[in-house]
Design a protein. Sequence first.
Length: 252
Amino acid sequence: MSEEFKILLKQKFEKYFKEEAKPEFIEACALHYALLTEYNEKFNLTRIIDVESSVLLHYIDSVFVAGSCSQRILKDGVNICDVGTGGGFPAFPLFFYMIYQAGVKNAKMTLIESSNKKAGFLDTVITAAGLSKSMRTVALRIEEAGADRKYRERFDVVTARALAALPTLLEYVSPLVRVGGACLLMKGEDVEAEKNSSQRALVELNMKLTGDFVYEIETMQYKRRVLIAEKKNVLAKKYPRNPGMAKKTPIS
């Protein structure tokens, strides 16, 4: 399965991104995939586990985040936070692409995952990949991390994939990104209703939608997109609200 994964990932990467895949990038992704399949039954990390679907819908999909805002992502010394990381997407493929494929130096990434079991899995991957000096896991609710001085408004870029509706998601990510930084929010094709319902949240949280990166992946029936939301000013201390409030009563 490992060789099948490596061959297919190399083929699909070169098809979508028009550059030769470096061996270090392929090997790192294969290591993560092997651990994902090993731990999945125990920790319920993902419903998608077969080789072809994993390559396309997990790894290729995650790397597209870099293209959505390359001037921010592919920058030496960038400090990134991925929220609700789960099985490691987009975090691991994105970070592997940055450091092995694009040659970004001194990048840091923090993974916020509320499940202790899943956070333990993420730590296992980080250790196995030899990236303990540049990646770390924080086992907290997103709202708790956003209220903690160690993480509040500390990150250049915050990423999230399929985590929540946009008004809720903005309250999750806005406390973590620094003023002048950006949140890269992975979404499906139909986000217009979410955008419309997020107007008050954007104002209240000092965020502004500045980009909408659209792309397509074979086998998917709909287009994918990354919404780019920039932080314009310091966030009021009342945000984030207590855990669960952003989902229960979104700003609207």
